[in-house]
Design a protein around this ligand. Structure first.
Ligand SMILES: [Zn+2]
Length: 264
């Protein structure tokens, strides 16, 4: 079961963003739900076109301040997908150059972090939520995450924790600040081979039998075309077993579950 924190005022939040989900919101059913998130758009990455043309509602995470940030976000939105900000955040290991412009690092002042998060949200059209690009160091830093989640609250965005570290403080802080919050459960393509991506897609199919709601993350980039082709192949199979939904739709559905308000 996905751990989710829903603010009491969440319905209001959803209504404010209803235009973004209107194209994909169907009647709430008893069916199981799968939300597929695709990270790393915005830099003309391989597989972007194939992903955006997939015939199911996806949630696409677009990096700010890059050559195709606006183009990818607008096209994805036009095709009925949900757009979120893919905020580059400091990892424990790795080069700063992998992060891209406007990255959040733990050496920044409170004011600078706040400014960078707001500027990044402003740069990605139609963004209704955010998740972290990398971030194994930053998401474990309470000062940094408190500022980021406060901005989420002010701007009425939800936060998807990509779970790049087991030490993430996002869950605790999102609960305290009452920011709508979800966690990734499965990565499709940490390894760039068709064999691995197929294995993960099969894992997703078996998870659908066990869980009512599942979130799975894939990427455009090195394996983008492979991920897109596997997803295309699995779309009919997923649809036989579950509703493919955006993260906002998943949050709406979870809001209807009694006692599912983050107290547990
Ligand atoms: Zn990323």
């Amino acid at each position: 079961m996905i751990k989710v924190i829903i603010a009491c005022m969440f319905i209001l939040f959803v209504q404010l963003h209803s235009s973004a989900v209107a194209q994909t919101t169907g009647p709430i059913s008893d069916e199981r739900q799968v939300a597929i998130v695709i990270d790393d758009l915005g830099n003309n990455m391989k597989g972007t076109e194939e992903i955006i043309s997939l015939p199911i509602p996806l949630t696409v995470a677009v990096m700010p301040f890059l050559p195709t940030t606006k183009k990818d976000a607008k096209l994805a939105h036009k095709n009925g997908h949900e757009v979120i900000l893919h905020l580059p955040m400091e990892p424990i290991a790795g080069k700063k150059s992998w992060l891209g412009p406007g990255a959040i690092t733990t050496d920044l002042s409170d004011e600078e972090i706040r400014k960078r998060v707001n500027d990044a949200i402003d740069d990605v059209p139609h963004a209704v939520g955010m998740n972290n690009h990398m971030g194994s160091k930053a998401t474990a830093d309470e000062r940094v995450m408190r500022i980021i989640l406060e901005v989420c609250k002010e701007r009425e965005l939800y936060y998807l924790d990509s779970k790049t570290t087991g030490k993430s403080v996002v869950a605790t802080l999102a609960k305290e600040l009452r920011v709508p919050y979800l966690e990734n459960e499965l990565f499709f393509d940490e390894q760039y081979t068709i064999k691995h991506i197929l294995k993960q897609a099969n894992l997703l199919m078996s998870r659908i039998d066990q869980d009512d709601e599942i979130i799975a993350i894939g990427h455009v980039g090195i394996a983008g075309e492979k991920t897109a082709s596997v997803l295309k192949q699995y779309v009919p199979l997923v649809q036989q077993k579950a509703d493919a939904v955006t993260l906002s739709e998943l949050l709406i559905e979870l809001e209807t579950i009694p006692n599912f308000r983050g107290e547990n």
